[in-house]
Design a protein around this ligand. Structure first.
Ligand code: NAI
Length: 212
């Protein structure tokens, strides 16, 4: 298998979609699939799919296609989903609540170990059985609980300060929802999620249609 650091981000960003469709195929007891059929499902061309998968050694056989379960397992490993990640959420507001309440992340191996906030009226409550703690305890909690990922759901003006605390305590992955470009060392990865960027893209496409 070729090293994943040589694979472009564009390819990596398509893998979760392949993984999701393959999971659905497994649920429907589909055993094998051709790149043409995968193309119809995912909207990517068959040659794009073959090229993408060839980055990791290719898993199909000429005339057979792909074994669905095998490809799903392989992609799971490539995506690092064959392990459990300990996470903490910082900011127990609307978004923090929504993420903490979403069970599916847990089923995929992303366990929320604690939630942190600064507001006294929120500290001490439980969200889906997970205690909201004082953010002052964040660094000690991370060090004592082998936390892999910090999920930032705070206002943007404190998000860099929170990121610094996460990094200084040893967290290597940050899932950032605050609308702020965080500065972190090279050995820490940040994945930004900005729903409004997606909404603005929708707005652009809608505008193009209306103006057609
Ligand atoms: P919210 O105001 O409901 O929640 C923010 C929470 O952070 C509050 O409970 C507050 O007490 C807590 N907080 C403030 N300072 C803190 C600190 N220093 N340490 C720990 N907790 C602290 O806000 P909401 O709607 O949940 O949004 C949270 C963040 O997510 C904002 O930055 C917002 O702009 C962003 N957002 C991002 C979206 C996206 O698509 N990426 C979508 C919606 C919101």
């Amino acid at each position: 298998m070729r090293k994943s650091n040589k694979v472009s981000m564009a390819v990596i960003r398509r893998l979760p979609k392949y993984y999701r469709y393959l999971g659905e195929l497994m649920e429907n007891e589909v055993k094998r699939i051709s790149s043409q059929q995968l193309s119809q499902l995912t909207g990517f061309t068959a040659s794009q799919i073959r090229q993408d998968l060839n980055n990791f050694g290719g898993f199909g056989q000429q005339g057979y296609g792909y074994n669905v379960e095998d490809l799903h397992n392989q992609l799971g490993k490539i995506l690092g989903l064959n392990r459990v990640y300990n996470t903490v959420i910082i900011g127990a507001g609307n978004l923090g609540h929504a993420i903490a309440n979403y069970r599916s992340f847990e089923e995929e191996g992303f366990k929320v170990k604690a939630i942190f906030d600064v507001e006294p009226e929120v500290i001490g409550i439980e969200i889906r059985g997970i205690k909201v703690r004082d953010v002052k305890e964040l660094e000690d909690f991370i060090k004592e609980n082998q936390i892999d990922i910090g999920i930032i759901c705070t206002p943007k003006d404190v998000s860099q300060e929170i990121a610094d605390k996460l990094v200084n305590s040893g967290v290597k992955g940050i899932w950032n929802f605050a609308p702020k470009d965080l500065k972190v060392p090279d050995d820490v990865v940040v994945e930004n999620v900005h729903l409004n960027e997606s909404l603005f893209t929708l707005s652009y496409m809608l505008k193009e249609r209306i103006n057609r």
